[in-house]
Design a protein around this ligand. Structure first.
Ligand code: ADP
Ligand code: ZN
Ligand code: ZN
Length: 723
């Protein structure tokens, strides 16, 4: 009897054995439904064995196969890599690759225009050819032409053959044939063509190319042209984006650049049925291009030929809960395992990526100019945040500049990285300030509806009429958020059409896209919003960008805060001025001579990145070292401290045993020391060589798992992006 070892999505990290009933053709990668105690769940077969690891009479059968093609070997292997590298349970890593199943049984893929044999289909069907004559005959017809059978030919088949085709299609053995070579959309300039040639020269092998191009340099066009070449050779392209909001605009641009290519989008905001359809289109090879966020890195892509990671520096590629993987890094691993080239595109490449370039591991191509020859880099001005003319957070010069844009019929954008009205409420008579009862954080003042809200745990209170501490009725909002600036702009510019864009206004599906359309239709004068607005949106009549509150990042204890600020400033600055309308960036800051601002004024991200890298080298921080963070939380500080002290002791033992070149830091409270009623602490481990860290973790992790402390929740974060 064959036993299937099944990885199930459970935190234990154990795989479970099931026997395979007759007629259930389970193999490695098969998506199966099994019973786990009293629960039923969906798992993935990771291996077949002759005997179970438990007593035979206790082995349960697999209930059934999910109505899905099995995960291809490279996706299973990728999940195995993620599980071992990030030290996460395999079942949870594999669950990222399994599409939502809920409506799988009732959804039908749209009727294909034609069906042809796929590469996996050729192999699988060849293996079983000669069994049934009818099968062989249909196979021969399919194999005879790479265009396959068209819609009329399919309609003319007998019922049995049509059923055969339908089942082969579900298995990914036949699919709509790829379109014939798509044309390149826009005429590329000299730099773009050089970039395209450099990328294209790597076709058919693993190589990383960093597409380092200033905002507006036409990176998207280069990527689309590279995709067109890969599609023209019959390949599939995976394009990763950091944020869902970026997909509609990008997909529309790519659709027009790649006519005839089926584009599938994959991200968590899709309805289950839709995501399943798109997953199937990727799996069957019918979708030439897959555009998606993090989880798209696990999409089945039988003809994968090129991977592109857009805005590769973006921290959203790192999943912060559940399986803490970095989708950019996993994409590189996938490209390597499939021997295909990968492009990392950014105007502000991460220090990790620049480091790899410097070491000669990645190639770098540069787009130094905006693609439109009329466009100039924006001019940059720094103004103090609190001049005498400042009104509710808006400095005098910024108000003046906004008024000028309004008079000329041009658009402006005010960027502030805080949503809500004000970061806190404060008593004017005593020291009381609105604090969250469950977190070590301020409650943020919100208007419409008026509430004090915690942005970490969701706690909400009514706004008090008087100070809960001294009874004073004079309470004042402290600091600024998007809502307060929206009101300030409205007061300063009567008649201006203002739209606020933050997580509160864009929660509904399609909300962000409708804002974008209104800006394009010039029905908006001023956009006020968070960094959501900074990324990748092209608004030709937008000529002024105001940045407020950026100095906050300079106080942060996170060593990556200034790198992130630089990326934000260059990106949001890049929104100002396109084509013939010159752009201006006004930054409200008390520290105009800080290197990050000087770099912005000089339009030289590279110089700033080098300076930051120098600091990191001295401090032995990434990219010059690798970090692992052990985070722990419990209801009391004592429990956290006790656990972390024990963890530190085990770390010392592991260090002693492995003699790995690893430094173990003392446990400290987390930056957010309390969240949702839990005390939080962390312990950082640092190593110059990844191999040392891996050896150390092999020893340390089992020791951690054996520690007592049921009341402590803990987890490892390998390559954390935020401390
Ligand atoms: P990036 O992604 O590098 O910020 P985009 O790809 O958004 O830049 O391109 C900026 C603008 O320049 C887009 O409107 C695009 O259509 C235009 N563009 C790109 N390449 C060219 C070109 N070769 N000639 C003229 N315009 C171009
Ligand atoms: Zn008070
Ligand atoms: Zn809270």
């Amino acid at each position: 009897m064959t036993i299937a070892r099944v990885a199930v999505p459970a935190a234990t990290g154990l795989n479970f054995d099931y026997w395979i009933p007759d007629g259930v053709g389970a193999a490695r990668g098969s998506i199966v439904r099994v019973r786990l105690g009293r629960r039923r769940c969906t798992g993935v077969v990771v291996g077949l064995h002759d005997a179970a690891e438990i007593a035979p009479e206790r082995v349960l059968p697999i209930d059934d196969l999910a109505p899905l093609p099995p995960l291809p070997e490279d996706v299973v292997a990728l999940a195995e890599f993620v599980a071992s590298y990030y030290r996460e349970p395999l079942g949870l890593a594999l669950a990222l690759a399994v599409p939502p199943l809920r409506r799988a049984a009732v959804r039908r893929p749209p009727a294909p225009a034609a069906l042809a044999l796929t590469e996996p289909g050729r192999a699988a069907l060849a293996a079983r050819a000669g069994r049934a004559r009818a099968t062989a005959a249909l196979l021969a017809r399919l194999a005879a032409s790479c265009a396959g059978l068209d819609r009329d030919e399919i309609a003319a088949l007998c019922d049995a053959d049509r059923r055969r085709l339908a089942s082969w299609r579900r298995m990914g053995w036949v699919a709509e044939p790829p379109p014939v070579a798509a044309g390149e959309a826009s005429v590329l300039n000299v730099e773009q063509r050089a970039a395209l040639d450099a990328i294209d020269a790597q076709a058919g092998r693993f190589a990383v190319t960093v597409l380092d191009g200033v905002t507006g340099s036409g990176k998207t066009d280069v990527c689309a042209a590279a995709a067109a070449r890969a599609l023209g050779r019959g390949g599939q392209v995976l394009l990763m984006v950091p944020e869902i909001n970026l997909t509609p605009q990008l997909t529309a641009r790519l659709a027009s650049a790649l006519p005839g290519t089926r584009i599938a989008t994959l991200h968590s905001a899709l309805a289950d049925g839709e995501r399943l359809d798109h997953w199937m289109a990727a799996a069957s090879g019918e979708a030439g291009l897959v555009v998606g966020t993090r989880l798209a890195v696990f999409a089945p892509l039988p003809r994968l030929a090129l991977v592109v990671v857009d805005e590769e520096h973006d921290a959203s590629y790192k999943q912060q809960d559940g399986v803490r993987y970095h989708a950019r890094d996993v994409a590189i691993v996938r490209a390597r395992s499939r021997s295909v080239p990968i492009v990392l595109a950014s105007a502000t490449p991460s220090l990790e990526t620049l480091f790899a370039v410097q070491r000669g591991r990645y190639a770098r191509v540069v787009l130094s100019m905006r693609a439109d020859p009329r466009a100039r880099p924006p001019s940059v001005r720094f103004v103090p945040p609190d001049d005498p003319a400042a009104r509710d957070g808006l400095s005098g010069p910024l108000v003046e500049a906004l008024a000028g844009r309004l008079a000329r019929g041009e658009q402006s954008l005010i960027c502030i990285n805080r949503r809500g009205f004000a970061p806190s409420l404060k008593c004017t008579a005593c020291a009381w300030e609105s604090g969250c009862p469950r977190c070590s954080a301020r409650l943020v003042v919100h208007r419409a509806p008026p509430r004090l809200r915690c942005h970490h745990c969701g706690h909400a209170d009514a706004i008090p009429r008087s100070c809960p501490s001294c009874g004073n009725i004079d309470l004042a909002p402290r600091g600024f958020g998007t809502q307060r600036l929206e009101a300030a702009v409205a007061a300063a510019l009567p008649g201006a059409r203002i739209v606020r864009v933050d997580r509160d206004t864009t929660r509904a599906r399609g909300a962000f896209d409708s804002v974008r359309k209104r800006v394009e239709d010039e029905a908006v004068d001023v956009l006020v919003g968070t960094q959501m607005l900074a990324k990748g949106h092209d608004f030709p009549r937008l000529t002024l960008v105001g940045v407020i509150g950026a100095d906050n990042a300079l106080y942060s204890a996170d060593f990556r805060a200034t790198e992130r600020l630089a990326a934000l400033l260059f990106q949001v600055g890049g929104r100002a001025g396109r084509a013939e309308l010159p752009g201006e960036v006004i930054v409200q800051t008390a520290f105009p001579s800080h290197p990050v601002y000087r770099a912005l004024a000089a339009n030289d991200y590279g110089a700033f990145a080098r300076e930051l890298a120098g600091e990191r080298r001295i401090a032995a921080l990434p990219p010059y070292a690798h970090l692992v963070l052990l985070g722990a939380e419990a209801e009391t500080r004592e429990e956290v401290d006790r656990f972390l002290a024990a963890a530190a002791k085990e770390a010392a033992a592991a260090l002693e045993a492995t003699r790995a070149g690893v430094e173990v830091h003392s446990p400290v409270p987390a930056l957010l020391a309390r969240r949702a009623g839990f005390e939080r602490g962390q312990l950082v481990v640092q190593a110059v060589r990844r191999g040392d860290l891996a050896r150390f973790l092999d020893r340390w992790l089992p020791a951690l798992q054996a520690l007592p402390g049921r009341r402590v929740r803990w987890g490892l974060d390998v390559d954390p992006v935020a401390l």
